[in-house]
Design a protein around this ligand. Structure first.
Ligand code: SF4
Length: 620
């Protein structure tokens, strides 16, 4: 899939070359992009990066906003929401009132609000715990870094303890607001009582360390300069390099309301909004998602943002008050059907998600699943998708979506194919290796025999590598270990004796080492040394029920893509190799190490593994 851009502003060509080479953009690049009149080229560059990261997916979540009180001890200048206790407009919701706003179809409850002086700690825990207990399918995203810092000071508990107790009560992620823009100049002028960049990052990094992923925001369009916006993005990029715990970046357009900071109706322009979305996609090269928050952008601009680098529409957002009190002109709630229509009109796949961005339901047909790892690139780099849409999705999730008949074809984890062989038909391609794989790795403090009785953290992304590990431990080495599934988001590996990682995460850790683990084992090499057969990690398969002409067409498309790649893996991988920390030579060597055709030996390897893994009979 190539992107051709006819630039009207020559200044952008140098930036486009950097983007294509996977080079990091600088403050100067950011300023050039903000100053360019060539809006469409900027959008195309951002769209190129978005396509590499999330294909045709645009995510949304069925969510409910809970603003539990508007009573606040602070008085931020730009806030039109907060009030003081006892005033006629003050409100404080009880836990029962909060629960009555939530319905079982909601997947995310987003809690933020004022900070009253007299609420006890237990009241906050009770809100989170009650939602978690009453609605087990609903995840709680709660409290900005400012609120967490307030709890830390008011209840005299370390930030880590505040977060730990909230996590134990059921909080799963954190929203990104609070610091607005990481500029001391702006903070002193608009919200001097709030924590600045240092405090905000301290809270978010502590959350990431505890396994709580978080979001991040930028409030723009008030008194901040373009440099301050870009420095804000670059600070986030640096923190993401360190923790990897940010899920998304959300540029929030300032709503002037009665704040007095700007005239009441002086909203940001659509051009500024679209530029900020596109520039954030380009600057934040290590962020998985960029959100077009329709509540502040308006529905129309959010729809356009889907072709300017955004891959998330947020959600239905029932009950939002903060932005609307400040004069947001968007509707209070956007119906699910409307969100689906907007996403479909942009030519994308509407993907209903959970808080971790796991796809739950897809609202369009003709979807091809794509394992979002470097080793699948040769199949997709030259895939002329035509009527099809590409959904990057972790192998295990692809298996679930296939069970629900939501995708037509894809590169399936071998175990998922075994489990669904009655409805799936093999297509003749695979991801297999006859030696090391470099991306299915066990990081350990013990040799294989000493892992007996030890606890191993195992990836939640695929069943095949986990099964392979179990087979090696039990059948090759005769030891029995305990397994604990790593959860979505960031994990604390230090509590395990060994950790099994796969895909790009394993590839990165294999190169740099994984802190706290001295030994590293390549599972494919372990298998090959033992069985002298290739190990097949994934196979291409499609629904048996597809019409024959569609099956033939799909096979032709995959064969064409693979053929066009013709061993030039560096060209096929584009910026991907660099994004996982590999040089061009390493990318070429890594991908050249795979067998992509499902030959006789690969089928033998599959059958041997099936036998050892005790999977019911399947025909290969
Ligand atoms: S922005 Fe938040 S902290 Fe500041 S006054 Fe409003 S509710 Fe309180």
């Amino acid at each position: 899939m190539t992107t051709e851009i006819h630039f009207r502003d020559d200044q952008l060509i140098r930036i486009w070359q950097k983007v294509q080479r996977g080079e990091r953009l600088t403050l100067e690049d950011g300023l050039t992009m903000y100053r360019t009149p060539d809006l469409l080229s900027l959008g195309k560059m951002a769209h190129f990066v978005q396509q590499q990261k999330s294909g045709d997916a645009v995510y949304f979540v069925l969510n409910q906003k809970i603003e539990h009180t508007n009573v606040c001890v602070l008085s931020c200048k730009f806030c039109d929401f907060a009030t003081k206790k006892g005033r006629p407009d003050a409100y404080e919701m009880t836990t029962e009132e909060i629960l009555s706003k939530i319905t079982p179809d909601i997947h995310e409850v987003h809690i933020t609000g004022g900070m009253p002086a007299d609420w006890p700690w237990e009241r906050y825990l009770d809100i989170v715990r009650s939602i978690h207990d009453k609605f087990p399918n609903t995840d709680v995203k709660a409290f900005t870094a400012v609120e967490i810092d307030f709890f830390h000071k008011k209840f005299k508990m370390p930030v880590e303890e505040v977060l730990r107790q909230l996590y134990d009560a059921g909080m799963r992620t954190m929203p990104g607001g609070g610091a607005e823009v990481f500029s001391e100049r702006v903070r002193k002028l608009l919200f001097p009582q709030k924590i600045g960049a240092k405090g905000w990052f301290q809270v978010h990094k502590a959350a990431h360390k505890l396994g709580i992923p978080t979001n991040s925001t930028l409030l723009y369009g008030h008194i901040e300069t373009l440099e301050e916006r870009l420095i804000h993005m670059m600070k986030l990029r640096e923190a993401q390099d360190e923790t990897g715990g940010f899920l998304t970046f959300i540029p929030l357009a300032f709503q002037p309301g009665d704040t007095g900071i700007k005239p009441k109706n002086q909203f940001t322009s659509a051009i500024d909004d679209l530029k900020t979305i596109a520039i954030s996609r380009l600057m934040l090269d290590n962020f998985p998602h960029i959100k077009a928050y329709w509540v502040m952008l308006t529905e129309e601009v959010a729809a356009m943002a889907l072709n300017f680098g955004a891959d998330d529409m947020d959600g239905t957002v029932g009950g939002e008050k903060i932005a609307h009190n400040a004069g947001a002109i968007s509707p209070m709630t956007l119906a699910k059907d409307q969100i689906i229509r907007i996403i479909k009109d942009a030519g994308k796949i509407p993907v209903e998600r959970d808080v971790y961005y796991n796809p739950l339901k897809l609202y369009t047909d003709n979807i091809i699943g794509k394992i979002p790892y470097l080793n699948s690139v040769p199949f997709y780099a030259n895939f002329e998708k035509g009527q099809y849409r590409i959904l990057p999705v972790a192998p295990r999730r692809m298996g679930v979506l296939s069970e629900q008949n939501q995708i037509d074809a894809g590169l399936f984890s071998l175990m998922d194919y075994f489990n669904q062989h009655e409805k799936l038909e093999l297509m003749g391609w695979c991801i297999a290796t006859r030696d090391q794989v470099k991306s299915v790795m066990l990081f350990s403090n013990e040799g294989w025999l000493d892992l007996n009785g030890k606890t191993i953290g195992i990836t939640d992304d695929t069943a095949t590598s986990v099964k392979l590990l179990k087979v090696l431990l039990e059948k090759k080495y005769g030891v029995s270990a305990k397994f604990e599934r790593l959860h979505a988001g960031v994990n604390d590996y230090s509590k395990y004796d060994a950790v099994l990682l796969i895909g790009d995460e394993a590839l990165r850790a294999n190169k740099t080492g994984l802190d706290g683990f001295e030994l590293v084992f390549d599972l494919a090499r372990e298998w090959y040394d033992w069985e002298k057969l290739p190990f097949v990690f994934a196979v291409w398969a499609m629904k048996k029920s597809l019409p024959e002409e569609r099956k033939a067409e799909l096979k032709e498309m995959i064969a064409y893509s693979l053929d066009k790649t013709a061993g030039d893996f560096v060209a096929a991988a584009g910026v991907y190799g660099k994004s996982v920390g590999l040089t061009d030579a390493e990318t070429q060597e890594y991908l050249a190490g795979f067998n992509f055709n499902l030959g006789e030996r690969e089928r033998e390897g599959m059958m041997k593994f099936r036998e050892l893994a005790r999977v019911e009979s399947v025909r290969t």
